[in-house]
Design a protein around this ligand. Structure first.
Ligand SMILES: O=C(CO)[C@H](O)[C@H](O)COP(=O)(O)O
Length: 217
């Protein structure tokens, strides 16, 4: 079974957890695209969505699904998003699609976070996937030097501007033993907007698809 089929299966497994009449938080990426398509295909009569990126907003609207501005919503039940890595503790690295900041915000407003992945994303320790850090453009070199002091190897993601007008540093060679501590530490560097460790707000449920079926934890 190829990776895209697994992504689609994980996304479709999340559909049964979506209740009619509710607002649904929608992440970003290829796995979430399958979720958006399944939301439309299953014709679940949701009230609307809140979205974590311009790309997801465009896909939702193209399928006739309403998208609320997050400022119109005080809270909502379920946020569904993919991940680049996820652990048994439901800590994640996100931001491979450069949408980490809005993803973290939209997830923060949700009562629960459902992470949908194929089984290649499950890891014991975060950090093999280069950690995305969104940075104010002016601060790029300074932040990179500070990250080197923390033991990481930052690489500027050439040609990528986030939906917020910022740039991304992908930090290689980190073994993230204490994700909550590193999430906090990176956020304290002046010029960092957000980093892709989701440990202060982990997932509540991970749905992972493999050859043999769906695993939940
Ligand atoms: O964090 C993300 C985007 O910023 C995505 O959730 C993550 O990169 C996984 O993407 P995909 O579902 O395409 O494998």
């Amino acid at each position: 079974m190829d990776q895209n089929t697994k992504k689609q299966r994980a996304a479709e497994a999340a559909i049964s957890l979506i209740k009619p009449g509710t607002v649904v938080g929608v992440g970003t990426g290829s796995t979430v695209n399958y979720f958006i398509d399944a939301l439309a295909a299953n014709k679940i009569d949701i009230e609307a969505t809140v979205s974590s990126s311009d790309a997801s907003t465009a896909r939702l609207k193209a399928l006739g699904i309403d998208v609320y501005d997050l400022n119109e919503v005080s809270t909502y039940d379920v946020y569904v998003d993919g991940a680049d890595e996820v652990t048994n503790h439901k800590h994640m690295i996100k931001g491979g699609g450069a949408a980490l900041t809005r993803e973290k915000i939209v997830a923060a407003v949700a009562k629960s976070f459902i992470c949908i992945v194929d089984d290649s994303k499950k890891v014991d320790v975060l950090g093999k996937f280069p950690l995305p850090v969104e940075v104010i453009p002016l601060a790029r070199s300074y932040v990179a030097r500070e990250i080197v002091k923390l033991g990481g190897d930052p690489v500027y993601r050439q040609g990528v501007i986030t939906d917020n007008g910022n740039v991304i540093l992908d930090v290689h060679n980190l073994s993230i033993i204490e994700p909550t501590a590193l999430e906090t530490q990176l956020n304290q560097i002046a010029g960092v907007v957000c980093n892709g460790i989701f440990a202060h707000r982990p997932a509540d449920l991970v749905i992972s698809a493999s050859e043999t079926g769906i695993e939940r934890w």
